[in-house]
Design a binder for this molecule. Sequence first.
Ligand SMILES: [Zn+2]
Length: 836
Amino acid sequence: MYFKKLLLIVLIIFTEKNIFAQCAIENWSIEKRTELSSLIVEGKVIKLNSFRSAYSKAIYTATVIEVYKIFKGNINGSKTIEIITFGGQIGNELHRADPELELSKDETGVFLLVNNEVKLSDNIKNNGIPEFQGVASLQSLISYDLMYNKAFDGEKTYYGIETELYEKLQDLTGLKFYEVKNSAINFNLFKNRKLSSPEIKSFVQSSANSGTGDILTIKGTGFRNTRGNGRIEFLDANYGDGRRVKTPFAADYKVWNDTMISVRIPTRAGTGTISLATYDSNYFTTSTSFKINFAHLNASFAPSGGSTQYFTTDHVNDNGKGGYTFQMNYRFKNNNNMVNTFLKSLETWRCQTFMNWEVGRDTSINKIEPDQVNIVKLTKNANNVLATCYSYWNGCYVSGTEMEWYVTELDIEADSTRNWYYGTGNPSGSQYDFQSVISHELGHGHQLGHVIASQEMMHWSISPGQKKSSLSSNDIAGGTYVKDKSIKMNVCSGAKLIALNSTNCGYTKPTAGFKASLLNICESKDVVFTDTSKGIIKTYLWKFDNGASSASKTGKGPHTITYSTTGFKTIKLFTTNDFGTDSTVKTNYIEILPTKPPMPQNLKFKDTTCIGTSTYVVDTFNGNYNLTWLFPPEASEIGGGKYSKQVNWTSSGGPFKILVKSQNLCGSSDSLTGSVWVMNNPVPSFTATENGREVTFTNTSQFADSYKWYFGDSDSSSLLNPVHIYPLGKAYVAVLKATNICKTVVFSKTVNPYHPAHIYNRAKNEIYFSPNPVVDQILTSEKVLSYKIFDIAGKELLWGDKKNINFEKFEKGFYILNLKLLNGENLIFKIIKKGE
Ligand SMILES: [Zn+2]
């Protein structure tokens, strides 16, 4: 149950969310169509009359519409109108156009129309019914679904005909509709249906083709035992918007009983759900989808003595060369882009289905009519049609009501006013791709109808900006099916078609192309060149440039080549067939790399350097090489690029080796090297030995080359270990500047060249007094309890218990110092007072 629901949802999204134009027509909005229409009516198809144009031998159809309501324009009291469309049947001759508004009896909806421009035959012109044409080809009919009260208009579905659709049209015209005749349309057949509804429970197969005679067999309940007006309805592949194509001919129903129906799948049937209507107006729509792979165009015809039925159409040997010859009108031929693109489309089909189509000489014929000339021409369409394929068919009787039908002629017409895209890339959002549109029309020429499968060439729509350059497997299967049945037997008076084959199907000169397995290759290593050319190719010529193991090659390849010389190589490929030669030259496409790249040159550096930042540079060079720099652990890289590096030396010493070499994916060069000594910054230090005011400086600095001393008394020296006598007995700041190539570093220290005299133990039990003579101060020690000073005559001059004795005021001469120690000992020194 879940599976069924999911399928239904997918289908709804697909059918109602498309933004495409139908077939080869541009999508016109309802606003645009309403504005351009001179007449908008609601009505029903009651009759179709074919006639031959008064201007050409082409057959048209005048479809009589019973008019119910007029939304725009007027028809001067008439109750019916006629819509003139290309195609129809007279005698055993049938014409059709793709795209074209294709109406069938009982079709009901809103018709958007303009005044007729087709030259009518007298019997139509004079029948008193006003004639019109669709304003926008297929988009001229908003189709009613009376079962569910819906109206389909391409990308828009109206849910409620009397409400949504009428309101929309009245809004757009600004007019209330005028009722010509009570339609007696029952808009709610489904709501009002009787209760015993039929139910389709299964399909015997899940996919088939339409218009080929394939039968769909359905099983279920409540189908009723007689068909009457009962019918099977498929989604209409001309629109893909949800509207349905009915299967009206009795001949199409092989079985109809209460539980099983077998029906021939009609040409317009597209992939989607299947509906069943019983003779008593009961209705059922499946939730599962039935897949249509491809569609074959059919002639619907009532043979004499039989009822209307579908006939398949075959190709014949029309030109005596096995198939059909297209001839380009001069105006088309003058457009090189159109011609080349047409030939590409033609070749695409020729080489996939082997349909025997060729292009003959140009023609001045410009008329769309059966004239034995399959023309390819330009036109200026007033409506939204981009391109049209016209098929002309003849039928003949085989026996009884058995008939054969075949293609007598095809004409192809392209609108000259479009913004066409002819390239191999992608068209812009406002361009239509000429190749895609022409390939689609040639699909119709193959006698294929539309499918509902957006990626296939025969999908019912193409949008601007869309490109379909190749055929799908279903497109090919469909074209091959028609070709295969056409080559089997002669049809009517025509000889059978003769198929092409892969050696003679080419129709354009090839497009040369190739690729290399690698773009950077080591010398003497393999590189493989692979052909990517498009089209039919008879001969190849490869040129591999100098140093190649083979200078040139013929044949498709792939070709494996090695090179003995390095550098860039230019590769050329020439491809030729009966229609010409194409070449691709890829200049400097590959590069052959040496296994030993050249060594980098000219390393610039200082062989003696300092702790901190240093820069290393080599010459720049051409060529695809990387450089590898190698520094010892004492140097950390901090910046630079390919050709230069900045490092931070963190340790002194040496010699340190630095290396640089070039590298590619094939190998490395020898290394260019440099040897570096890293100097420490100077570390200045000194000791100062004072001897009174004479100070001996001993230099203990490291790493310095030269020194400068500033003693602090305005004197200086450059000696290594100077001895300096200070003028005063006081503290000075002595400065040593130590210098090497890296830096000058300053060290300073306070020296005090004056020492107060004091007592100390120089060695065990040897007590000294120093200096002597005394200048001004005497320092005693902690062990001293008290002191006394006597002159030389023994006279006591001073006494006390301080640790500092001021001797400044004493006159020059000799004195006696008597110290009494804490341990009771007495020490006596002879002191000299020095004069100034
Ligand atoms: Zn089409």
